[in-house]
Design a protein around this ligand. Structure first.
Ligand SMILES: [Zn+2]
Ligand SMILES: [Zn+2]
Length: 154
């Protein structure tokens, strides 16, 4: 999906839900969409301040929730960590493996998992709507397992 489409979806969502469309919210939308990988609200807030964009922390938090509600972002809670968000780019579902030592997040796609889940639902006469998979692991090599590594590698 294009950035512009996300903006249209977001504005429509705000209108439909009686929320105000403010410049601040649109700035947060743009900054969130420019974030790479998985970020939490404080990281976005810090980035916006570093970019000299004035927003309040509370507005960042609630705008991210609004973006999650209208499906522009996915929200993950990786093992009791603070909620992390990521922009929904493309239609492909992907899954996460999280190293419990360094919190590195690795993404993967797997069509046979997708197919199995579809089949499980179908067999139970359910229509699959959404799912997320989190796998917890630890890096095999101590060299790779450092806090401060890139948060997300393919
Ligand atoms: Zn991801
Ligand atoms: Zn690790």
């Amino acid at each position: 999906m294009e950035k512009k489409d996300f903006k249209d979806i977001f504005i429509k969502y705000l209108k439909d839900n009686g929320q105000r469309i403010t410049n601040e919210r649109i700035l947060i939308l743009n900054s969130a969409l420019s974030m790479e990988d998985h970020f939490d609200a404080d990281e976005l807030y810090t980035k916006m301040r570093n970019d000299f964009i004035r927003v309040s922390r509370a507005t960042v938090y609630n705008t991210l929730e609004l973006m999650n509600n209208c499906d522009i972002l996915s929200k993950h809670n990786f093992k009791g960590e603070r909620a992390r968000y990521e922009a929904k780019r493309g239609s492909k579902n992907h899954y996460h493996i999280i190293c419990l030592s360094c919190n590195k997040i690795i993404e993967f796609e797997n069509q046979s998992i997708d197919k199995s889940l579809l089949k499980v639902c179908k067999d139970k006469e359910l229509k699959l709507l959404d799912y997320s998979i989190q796998v917890f692991a630890s890096c095999e090599s101590a060299d790779d397992c450092k806090i401060g590594n890139e948060p997300c590698k393919k």
